[in-house]
Ligand binder design. Structure first.
Ligand code: SAM
Length: 337
């Protein structure tokens, strides 16, 4: 194996550290910007290489001692070896990098990440896998090899016992912050009529309904919408029209009948909302608030929106997933043409 001396300069979305070998980016898992390492080159590709840390020559001052005995083998966490302030900073920088590189925004306004109230024991949902011998655990990063896990330090054991049949945000304390931030963003935009797609059980819909005149909120999950309707009835909320339909069908229908909304709110799954881009072009809401858990698909979708007149006002990372590379953001796009 080719061995080189490498200084780690940045982190990429996915969690690896990156150093440069005569301009070629080398991605090395489990490293921190500032580390000086002896690196083994595992594979060279066109435009980048994969490396592995063979020896630590000089550690970054931002290193932290991982708390969990499974860290490094289990694929659940990637960043326990980095202090929390650096995790927050790199989430902000990664969003900025993705918006520049994929979204083609020259100088995107990415705000400092909002820290999570809890950085351990926050996760109310985990997916344990079982093997033939009944052992439970997580898969090692990028594989289906089971790592038996007796205790998970980011899991909130009590909350996990209450897992419902539809999507819920995994960090309950930080979810309260997310709801407040989204409602403040919408209020700040002065919208009266709001269309919300990918609304789930109404997690964001209910706080939004308090700051706008009326809302239409849709999701493809029957159980999530049933739950939302029940909640609206229980609390006598009268200004939300819940629809159980896939987003693309909702958009097509609304555009065909020339419905008008001041604002569109979307909170799609990891693969983003490419399916509704054409619908947005036809509906032309004055602003869009995009909640995303994947900055790559976010950047791709924002680029498409930019092509028909939306301008990026700000993107606010909010840390729902401490100790991991995962990033949640609230982004505001305003129609300028
Ligand atoms: C990231 S979750 C957001 C849910 C909600 N906003 C929340 O905060 O709990 C994404 C939601 O998209 C829904 N979904 C997935 N694909 C969809 C589609 N094609 N059309 C409509 N909803 C979809 C899922 O059922 C899920 O509720």
């Amino acid at each position: 194996m080719e061995k080189v001396r490498l200084k780690i300069e940045k982190l990429i979305y996915g969690g690896s550290g990156t150093g440069f070998l005569e301009g070629l980016p080398v991605f090395v898992p489990m490293t921190v910007p500032g580390d000086e390492i002896e690196c083994g080159i595992v594979k060279r590709h066109r435009g980048y290489a994969e490396g592995v840390m063979l020896k630590m020559l000089g550690p970054s001052p931002n290193r932290a001692l991982p708390k969990c005995e499974h860290f490094g083998r289990c694929g659940g966490c990637q960043w326990q070896h980095m202090d929390y302030a650096s995790q927050l900073l790199w989430k902000q920088l990664i969003v900025e990098e993705q918006l520049k590189r994929i979204g083609k925004f020259e100088a995107p306004n990415v705000l400092p990440s909002i820290p999570s109230p809890k950085i351990w024991g926050y996760r109310s949902r985990i997916k344990l896998h079982k093997d033939g011998q009944g052992r439970a655990g997580f898969y090692a990063g990028g594989t289906h090899d089971l790592i038996e896990v007796k205790e998970c330090l980011i899991a909130d054991v009590e909350a996990i016992k209450r897992t419902p049949s539809f999507f819920t945000q995994i960090n309950q304390e930080q979810n309260e912050v997310l709801r407040t931030e989204v409602a403040a963003a919408v209020k700040g935009l002065g919208a009266e009529t709001v269309l919300e797609l990918y609304c789930g059980n109404g997690n964001l819909t209910f706080p939004l309904a308090k700051v706008v005149k009326n809302m239409t909120a849709a999701d493809s999950s029957r159980s999530a919408i049933d739950n939302a309707v029940k909640e609206a009835r229980k609390n006598r909320v009268k200004n939300i029209n819940f629809i159980c339909q896939p987003s693309k069908a909702v958009m097509n229908h609304l555009a065909r009948f020339h419905n008008k909304f001041d604002l569109l709110v979307v909170d799609p799954p990891r693969n983003g909302c490419k399916e509704i881009i054409e619908g947005i072009k036809r509906l032309r809401p004055e602003a869009i608030v995009y909640i995303s858990c994947n900055p790559s698909t976010l950047a791709r979708d924002l680029k498409d929106m930019g092509a028909f007149g939306y301008v990026l006002e700000s993107s606010q990372p909010i840390d729902m997933f401490p100790q991991t590379f995962h990033i949640e953001t609230i982004t505001k796009m305003i129609l300028k043409q």
